[in-house]
Design a binder for this molecule. Structure first.
Ligand code: HEM
Length: 331
């Protein structure tokens, strides 16, 4: 083969594979990089300790939301973990995000084993998978190799509100290279966890300024939620997002939204809107739900990841290593 042909072949391979390349991401990135220590095993042990010994049974919900809120703002770069007066975690949609202490605990154990090796962004992805497994979900291989970002600004947080329309939500997910099917599977993250009354109160009493409830909410759910969230209450109560199996990662959430039992407006709408109804109906009958949910989580974990030159591996997930001028967190 002449030199020119060889060069052409190399170029062709690069072009073909570049579309499938997500920075340094791959399954087993840390294999063999921490002596005999199994990095994923260290993460799993801490998650298990919190779940079984500390009885923190809702960590799957906490971490699922944490991963979503991290990846949709500046990509999956752990920018949500950075402390600061105006960092992302201070933005309104992140006020009720939880799970920071668990990530700290995992980071401490990993730093003790292999200093400066495992990024906080990867810890989020691995720990979320492990928590999902402990809550009734199935195992999926997590890609690793992300680097941590060093910019975290509350003003960058532009997360979707619960009343976002299905078409706007599809557009938002598309901007992160996620399809409508990915979006619907990922909203299945609402199979666990809770929502505050203030985020769906309008659906109970004054939907779209009609003076009445959302006609798409089942009478049964309306009754239950009105008990939990009385009009004019002085406290902001909580209600489970999956009304049947609130602590289990399963596809019952999708059955419930088919019956008018979606708590958030967007959850209810994906079961009704022509753009997504077929996807929801398919998921309810899909025996392979867990595999597809895992695949969607892997795709979420690929959103705008930082590569070697752009990011760093923080030694504490709450502070950046190097102080450069681009640190929004101090603004
Ligand atoms: C259009 C997209 C989405 C919207 C509008 C949305 C909105 C919300 C809202 C309003 C809450 C309640 C927060 C509170 O009351 O404190 C919530 C909770 C939650 N969300 Fe989403 N969400 C979306 C997508 C996702 C995705 C993609 C995931 C995960 C893959 C996810 C996982 C969760 C979880 C697990 C909770 C419960 C958190 C807890 O119990 O602490 N959400 N979401």
């Amino acid at each position: 083969m002449s030199k020119a042909v060889a060069l052409l072949v190399v170029l062709l391979i690069l072009v073909v594979f570049s579309g499938e390349c997500y920075g340094e991401l791959r399954v087993g990135f840390y294999k063999g990089k921490c002596g005999l220590t199994d990095v994923e095993g260290v993460v799993r042990n801490v998650v298990k300790t919190w779940f079984f010994t500390k009885k923190e049974k809702s960590i799957a919900a906490a971490l699922l939301r944490l991963q979503f809120h991290d990846c949709f703002v500046n990509g999956c770069d752990a920018s949500i973990l950075l402390d600061g007066d105006n960092s992302e975690k201070k933005a309104l949609p992140n006020k009720s995000v939880r799970g920071y202490e668990l990530i700290d605990a995992i980071k401490d154990d990993l730093e003790a084993e292999c200093e400066g090796l495992v990024s906080c962004a990867d810890i989020i992805a691995m720990a979320t998978r492990d928590a999902i497994l402990l809550s009734g979900g199935k195992w999926y291989n997590v890609e690793t190799g992300r680097r941590d970002g060093n910019v975290s600004l509350a003003s960058n947080v532009n997360l979707p509100p619960p009343f976002i329309s299905v078409s706007d939500s599809i557009k938002l997910f598309a901007s992160k290279k996620l399809t409508p099917t990915d979006m619907v599977y990922l909203l299945g993250g609402h199979t666990v966890g809770i929502a505050h009354c203030s985020l769906f109160q309008d659906r109970l009493y004054n939907f779209n300024n009609t003076g009445g409830p959302d006609p798409n909410m089942s009478k049964w759910l309306l009754f239950g939620l009105r008990m939990k969230c009385p009009r004019g209450a002085s406290f902001d109560n909580i209600a489970p997002l999956d009304v049947r199996t609130p602590s289990f990662v399963d596809n019952s959430f999708f059955e419930q939204i088919q019956r008018g039992n979606g708590v958030l407006q967007i959850d209810q709408q994906i079961a009704l809107d022509e753009l997504t109804k077929g996807i929801v109906d398919g998921i309810v009958k899909d025996p392979d739900f867990y595999t597809k949910f895992g695949e969607a989580m892997v795709k979420l974990g690929r959103v705008e990841v930082l590569t070697d030159e752009q990011g760093e591996v923080r030694t504490s997930c709450r502070v950046v290593n190097k102080k450069t001028s681009s640190f929004g967190i101090f603004n």
